[in-house]
Design a protein around this ligand. Structure first.
Ligand SMILES: Nc1nc2c(c(=O)[nH]1)N[C@H]1C(S)=C(S)[C@@H](COP(=O)(O)OP(=O)(O)OC[C@H]3O[C@@H](n4cnc5c(=O)[nH]c(N)nc54)[C@H](O)[C@@H]3O)O[C@H]1N2
Ligand SMILES: Nc1nc2c(c(=O)[nH]1)N[C@H]1C(S)=C(S)[C@@H](COP(=O)(O)OP(=O)(O)OC[C@H]3O[C@@H](n4cnc5c(=O)[nH]c(N)nc54)[C@H](O)[C@@H]3O)O[C@H]1N2
Ligand code: SF4
Ligand SMILES: [Mo]
Length: 776
């Protein structure tokens, strides 16, 4: 592809020799822990990665790399990394292991699969996966195509509250998802003649400079600002972007739906919406007109704690700009009204005429329509077996097939009650739940004790593995594996550049090895991993007519569909080739008939956070602060990277943000350790002053454990000591079962002193039966 980022910048081959190095031009995904697939040049010698550079010719990251990729050599060759399969020899939690061969490990898995299948059926095996790493389809395939179980869970992420609410709201309303169009889907990027610079971008519940989440590189926003884009940032904290924004709306956590409805009130009542789009392409607009009358700016201001003038100004600024885009993030999902907030924000995009226009919010699909993700292997599960999915029939969205997951909160209940059947084995593939994902980590820890067997597939030994695993399998990292990425645009090769660390194996290889043993009928057709990948490419690819090897030589392949605009006008969305959206009405559904059928409110509405000043005023007397958890750190991906000296130099300890005035009242100095506590539990983090934060709001970090500490219980790498998820919940969500209050709970804060620090939280959880006041 000849473009501005081309030839003259650097070589365009896929592999070459440069002095003593072999250089492979490819993309990476995980590890490093990441949602992206930036282009890299891997410099290897004797099969080892020695350095890594950003690929200047890939317009996606334009030669840039963030900390986690730059530090990849340290991540791969850190001595703590798992070197070979380990079988538990001591009791669970004792951290005693023996080295076994892969064959012995596979024998054990095969035997357990047989035993469980005979005892309860394969549905007794439940798989836990984590966030969008390059281990989405692999565990899905192992669960369904290898084990024959229908039970795949998005770890223990309460109410599927990451990206699922946003994507599902998009899918229900318009049949496809959108993202902010920062020109990323065209190889010419900002030089694409069709593209327009957004006049305004709303960064909403998202800090993409730290997170680079969901296939969006935060630095693109800096590019846009340089091109003239104005920002509105909606965040309780003064982030780097908020500090550069024209408007920063300091929202009370968990009230984003009310804010969106307040915006819609201004947009509709001041006639700032796009009449052509609304008349031609929407269904149920009049009902929204009625609904927003209940959300005057005054009311929205009262709920959100944002001055009403700012709400009006932001609504006008967004609606008058042509084009304008919304870059949304996790905070939208992580509230009980996660689905409702997502729906209201989608409506803003649609009725202002910013849907699928250049510089607005572009509708897109996986490159070449590849659909093999968490849904992989579903074709191997019979209807009868599907009916056995845990908890699925208690949630309309899960039942309807909008998600390939079982509801994680129901899985936890099943583990506690043994109903409808006891969980016999947890297959943990790319997740470290008790350190990070589980909403109510101590409760998950307690329930896991009822599960006889656990297998963990990971790069490193984790607290979850020490506490529960019988078998730990070492996984290969990105540069050590052949794979590909079709998550958004373009289709990218992930080409093996270095030899796997010791005996670690690629997730793809583990799929194939186990598949050939347990379901040879399905898997014997594949000679090797490349054969499997080729089959997936053909199978998925509307238009891909080359094999995996050819993709490694192409490196990147841009799919025109993904950068075409106004696809609904051109008949490019629907299977019948007619103009319109992939919905029952063929229109953008402002009021959702599906929601109505499922018994939900067809229009968005505000729901007060589960705990807070208005819903639990009594409780607030004891726990006076609103707590939001988990804002991202650039060098750490969830619970990963804590082993790496460089990352710990940048992020030595978990830090909680607090307004200095509040800290002063509590007798806290910056750097002090403070307890953060509510009725479910407590954890300690280091005080960091945040001058912009509301005096009543506290922000805590998530995912912290300490590989430098003892692994055996009761220390267990200190996994519950600083764990914000001792305070968050499971089983608390709105009627849609989508969206949990990870970012809107309550707490009190007080200084850690020798007398209140006699027993560690980890010891309380692992040895003393928990915090005692965990609600059941
Ligand atoms: N470095 C790094 N990158 C990551 C990850 C990681 O762990 N580390 N995790 C990945 C994953 S799985 C995800 S989902 C993404 C998430 O990444 P983002 O979408 O960026 O989400 P967060 O960083 O959790 O929070 C973003 C902002 O929301 C604000 N916020 C908190 N509560 C609220 C609220 O109630 N309303 C509003 N409007 N804002 C609020 C926080 O102050 C924060 O600045 O990041 C991905 N990328
Ligand atoms: N309080 C609070 N909790 C949160 C959040 C929050 O904002 N606040 N965010 C939540 C969100 S949005 C999410 S998505 C979850 C994420 O939760 P998870 O995705 O479960 O993240 P981790 O707990 O870090 O576990 C991932 C494990 O997989 C391993 N791993 C990484 N890449 C690979 C790979 O390619 N193959 C294999 N086999 N293993 C791999 C890592 O070493 C690590 O041990 O956390 C959630 N937890
Ligand atoms: S966003 Fe950062 S960690 Fe992810 S692939 Fe790009 S450079 Fe690597
Ligand atoms: Mo996530």
């Amino acid at each position: 592809m000849i473009n501005k980022y081309s030839k003259d910048l650097y070589k365009e081959d896929w592999r070459w020799q440069e002095g003593e190095y072999e250089v492979t031009r490819t993309s990476v995904w995980t590890g490093p822990g990441c949602h992206n697939g930036c282009g890299v040049l891997c410099y290897t010698k004797d099969g080892k990665l020695e350095k890594i550079e950003g690929d200047p010719n890939f317009s996606y990251n334009q030669g840039r790399l963030c900390l986690r990729c730059i530090n990849m050599v340290e991540q791969i060759y850190n001595n703590d990394r798992l070197k070979w399969p380990l079988m538990r020899v001591g009791k669970k939690g004792e951290n005693k292991w023996k080295r076994v061969s892969w064959d012995e490990a596979y024998d054990w898995i095969e035997a357990k699969h047989k035993e469980i299948s005979q005892k309860t059926g394969p549905q007794g095996i439940v798989s836990l996966v984590g966030t969008g790493r390059n281990c989405m389809w692999q565990p899905a395939m192992i669960t369904r195509a290898v084990f024959g179980s229908p039970n795949l869970s998005f770890g223990f992420l309460s109410a599927d509250s990451c990206y699922q609410p946003r994507m599902t709201a998009n899918l229900i309303k318009q049949g496809d998802c959108w993202v902010l169009d920062a020109s990323q889907f065209h190889p010419l990027r900002y030089d694409n003649p069709e593209w327009k610079v957004p006049e305004v971008v709303v960064v909403w519940g998202n800090e993409p400079l730290a997170s680079n989440g969901d296939g969006f590189v935060g630095h693109w926003l800096v590019d846009l600002m340089k091109l003239g884009t104005k920002l509105i940032v909606i965040d309780p904290a003064l982030t780097w972007l908020a500090a550069k924004a024209d408007l920063w709306l300091k929202i009370r956590p968990g009230t984003d739906c009310a804010l969106a409805l307040g915006f819609l009130n201004v947009i509709i009542n001041e006639d700032l919406y796009d009449h052509d789009f609304v008349e031609q392409w929407t269904y149920g607009f009049d009902e929204l007109v009625e609904r927003v009358q209940e959300y005057s700016v005054e009311k929205a201001a009262e709920i959100t704690w944002i001055p009403k003038e700012q709400i009006t100004e932001a609504a006008r600024m967004y609606a008058k700009a042509k084009p304008a885009g919304i870059q949304w993030g996790l905070a939208i999902d992580m509230q009980i009204a996660g689905m409702e907030a997502s729906a209201a924000i989608s409506d803003m995009v649609a009725i202002t005429g910013n849907l699928d226009v250049p510089g607005g919010n572009i509708l897109l699909r996986y490159a070449y329509n590849s659909s093999k993700k968490y849904g992989c292997g579903l074709e191997c599960i019979s209807e009868e077996m599907l009916q056995k999915r845990i908890g699925t029939y208690e949630s309309a969205i899960h039942e309807s097939g909008y998600t390939p997951f079982i509801p994680p909160d129901k899985l936890l209940e099943t583990m506690e009650s043994g109903k409808p059947y006891p969980v016999q084995m947890l297959w943990v593939h790319g997740s470290n739940p008790i350190a990070n994902m589980a909403g109510e980590a101590p409760r998950v820890y307690a329930a896991w004790k009822n599960v006889p067997y656990t297998v963990v597939v990971d790069y490193y030994m984790t607290p979850t593995a020490v506490a529960f695993a019988d078998l730990v399998l070492p996984a290969a990292m990105s540069v050590e594996r052949d794979s590909y990425r079709s998550w958004w645009q373009p289709l990218r090769a992930i080409t093996k550049a270095a030899e796997p660390y010791f005996e670690s194996k690629a997730d793809e290889q583990i799929v194939l090895d186990l598949g050939k043993r347990i379901n040879p009928e399905y898997f014997n057709k594949y000679k090797d991993v490349r054969d499997l990948l080729t089959d997936m490419l053909y199978d998925d690819g509307n238009g891909v007519d080359y094999d995996f090897e050819a993709l490694t030589h192409k490196v990147y392949d841009w799919w025109d569909w993904n950068h075409t605009y106004k696809k609904y006008e051109k008949g490019l969305l629907r299977q019948d080739g007619q103009p319109g959206f992939v919905t029952a009405t063929g229109l953008y559904e402002v009021s959702s008939p599906l929601f109505d059928v499922w018994g939900f409110d067809p229009l968005p509405h505000h729901m007060e956070p589960y705990e807070g000043p208005y819903s639990t005023p009594e409780l607030m007397k004891e726990y006076p602060f609103i707590l939001t958890t988990g804002h991202r750190q650039i060098g750490l991906f969830h619970s990963e990277h804590r082993q790496l000296p460089t990352m710990r130099e940048v992020h030595p300890q978990p830090e909680m943000d607090i307004n200095p005035e509040t800290a002063q009242k509590l007798g806290l100095q910056e750097g002090d350790w403070a307890w953060i506590e509510n009725k479910r539990g407590k954890c300690k983090q280091q005080v960091k002053f945040n001058y912009g934060l509301d005096p009543k709001v506290v922000r805590a970090r998530h995912g912290w454990w300490f590989p430098e500490k003892e692994g055996a219980e009761p220390v267990l790498f200190g996994v519950f000591d600083s764990n914000s998820n001792n305070l968050t919940t499971m089983g608390v969500h709105g009627p849609t079962h989508y969206g949990a209050p990870y970012k809107s709970t309550i707490c009190k804060v007080y200084k850690v002193e020798p007398e209140n620090d006699q027993v560690t939280p980890t010891e309380i959880v692992t040895r003393l039966g928990g915090f005692g006041y965990v609600k059941r």
